[in-house]
Design a protein around this ligand. Sequence first.
Ligand code: AHR
Length: 499
Amino acid sequence: MESRVVLNTSFNTGQIDPRIFSGFLEHLGRSIYEGVYDPESELSNEDGIRTDVAEAMTGMNMPYVRYPGGNFVSNYDWRDGVGSDRQPFPDFAWKTTDPNTFGTDEFMKWCKLVGTEPMMAVNLGTLGPAEAAALVEYCNLDTDTRWAQARRDNGSTEPHAVKMWCLGNEMDGPWQAGHMPAEQYALKARNAARLMRGLDPSIELIAAGSSGRQMDTYLEWDRTVLETCWDDIEFISAHRYSSNATNNTPEFLAEGVVIDSILDDYAGLIAYVKGMKQSDHNVYVSFDEWNVWYKARGGVTQDGKWGTSPALLEEVYNLEDALVCAQYMNSFIRRSDVVKVACLAQLVNVIAAVLTRPDRSLKQSIYYPFALYSKNATGISLTPVVSGPTYNVGERGEVNFIDASVSFDEKNGDISLFLVNRSVDQDSRVTIDLSDRKVTSGGSVQVMTGDDPKLANSWDQPENVVPSIGVSHLSDGVLTIEVPKLGMAVVTGVCTEEQ
Ligand code: AHR
C-alpha cells in the first residue's frame, strides 16, 4: 500500500506545547500506595518512593503531572494529608481507605525526583473556594500566615511554586462527590479562581469541562462554564476514554477520527464564546484525562471494599491500545492551536503505563509511543495532507489508513514524523512530500508492530510490544518510510534545508 504526506512549513498550527505530554496520578487503587510510594519495597528510597517507578516516569519526559484526582479529589481534604497527624479516611469515589501517609508534600518531592512539575486539582465537590485558596497559600506563598507557615513547619522552607491548577474534576458527572448543575459549578469555579489568583496572580487555571462526549450535557455544560468563567481561566478540560468493547479492531483503530472531532467541537465552542464576548482573552483545551479504558471498568474493578490499596482499574494494554494512544497524540499535535495541555490517565497500576510488583515493574505497550512522542515532538506542528487508500468505518466515514502528525524545529530545520498504519493486514510505504524544503538526511526510524492486535507485555514476556529499528529511504531528496501493518513509525532527526 502506498500513501503520501504533503507538507509545507508555511502550513502549520503553531508551537506544540510540551505540556500536551503530561500525565495524571490519582489516589486510586494501587496507583499511589504500592505504586509510586511503597516504604515496604526494597526498591524504595528513604522517603518510601519507588525508584524504579520514578525512573520509568522520568523516561516519559512529562512536563506536568496532575494530582490527586480525578473523582478522588472531590471528597479529599488536602489538610488531612499534610503535617504529622495523618488519619485514614474513607474515600467515597473508590470505596477505599486512604491512609493519608502520602499527601501534597510527598507529591512535591516525588515530582522533583521524576523531573516533572505538579498540576494540582482542588476539591470543588465537598469543599469550596476558601479551602482551594488555602492550598494555594500552603503551596505558593512565602507570607507569615497560617498555611504558608504550616508548609515551612512541615519541612518545605521554599514555596512549592505550583503553576497549574484544576478547578475541581468532572463536576458534570452524577457519580462525582458534590455534583451540581453547570450554573452552580461555574459560579463556584469562578469564585475559587478569583480567590486563588488573588493570592498568586502567576497561576494558570483549568475549569472542569464535560467528562466526555457521552454526557447529555456535552458542550452545553462547557458553554455555561466558559461564559461564566471566561476571564478567570486559561483552559477548559476535556476527557475521553476509548473502548474496543465490541472487539472490532478496524473500527477501534479509526478512533483518531473521534478525537479530531472532539477537538473541532471545542475549537468551535471556544471561538463562539470568544466572539460573543468580543474578547481578546484566549482559552485553550486541557485534555487532562485520555487513554483506552474498557477492560477493567465497572463492577468489582471499581469497588475498593474499603481496602488500603486494592487492585482497581488494572487494565492490561496491548498493541492496538498503543496505536490508539499514538492517535490521541497525533490529534493533539495537529491541533496545537487548540490543545495546550493533555494528561495521559494514568501512570502507575491504574489504567497505567507502568505496573508494579514489590520487586519489579513492567512497562505496558502504551508506555512506548508516549515516551517516543514526548521526546521528539518539538517545535511547530506542520499540517499533514494525507492521501492514499482509505477504509469505510460506518459512522466514522472513509478513514485514511495512515494517521500522521509532524513537528518542525525552526531553529535547526529538523523534522519528526509520527505515523500510524491502521491497516490490520497491509504494510504501507509512505512518501513525504515536503514542498518548500529539501530533505538532506532521512533521520532514524523506530517502529512498533506485531501480528496480533491483542499482543501485550507481561511479567513473563515484558518485551512483546516494544519499539525496534525501522526503515526509511532517501533518494533524490524524496523520503519514504515503511510503516508496518498494525503499526506505527516515529521518524526523528530528518534534516532539511531551504530549497
Ligand atoms: O481516571 C479514572 C477516573 O476517570 C477519574 O477519577 C475520573 O475523573 C474519570 O471519570
